[in-house]
Write a protein that binds this ligand. Structure first.
Ligand code: S3P
Length: 166
């Protein structure tokens, strides 16, 4: 089976689901945000503040492309990774790409106390989420599979993904 890549909006649970999924498959789990922070030696907020978003996106591209050629990996991507068309096309051609989809209501709720997410550093959080969602949702929908997460627990989400990929 190919590698599995999880995409989707901030707060949908890509890391939590990815970790549990990797465990079930006995795959390596790889979180692009964790790797970026490790390489940069600072958290995401600091990276944006010190080096800017462009630098973060470059690292994001590098850490994901470095991993995609390896075998038996579940990769959780940051919510903005798919906005790099070249990177997204590469993922679509090399892996099984799963979009974790949440309703806006769930996202407002989950992101209301979000920290370490500079993309949401905005005076009107709801408006910011709306804007990003409108821009990104059609892109996420290009994934190979779409898994809705509203009202589902971690185990059922993982089972649903397993039934898709196996
Ligand atoms: C981002 C999402 C974050 C992280 C960075 C930028 C985005 O990851 O990569 O803050 O542009 O949507 P999560 O989706 O895990 O929050």
């Amino acid at each position: 089976m190919n590698n599995i890549v999880l995409v989707g909006f901030m707060g949908v649970g890509k890391s939590t689901v990815g970790k549990a999924l990797a465990k079930r498959l006995s795959y390596e789990f790889y979180d692009s945000d964790d790797k970026i922070q490790q390489i940069a030696g600072m958290d995401i907020t600091e990276i944006f503040k010190t080096h800017g978003e462009k630098y973060f996106r470059r690292l994001e591209y590098e850490v994901i492309t470095a991993k995609i050629g390896q075998r038996n990996v579940v990769i959780s991507t940051g919510g903005g990774a798919v906005m790099n068309e070249q990177l997204y096309n590469l993922l679509l051609s090399k892996a099984i790409v799963i979009h974790l989809e949440a309703s806006l209501e769930i996202l407002y709720h989950r992101l209301s106390n979000s920290s370490n997410r500079p993309m949401l550093d905005h005076h009107d959080l709801k408006k910011r989420i709306d804007e990003l969602y409108e821009l990104r949702h059609p892109i996420y929908m290009k994934a190979h599979h779409n898994v809705k997460i509203d009202g589902k627990d971690l185990n059922s989400i993982v089972e649903e993904i397993l039934s898709i990929v196996k």
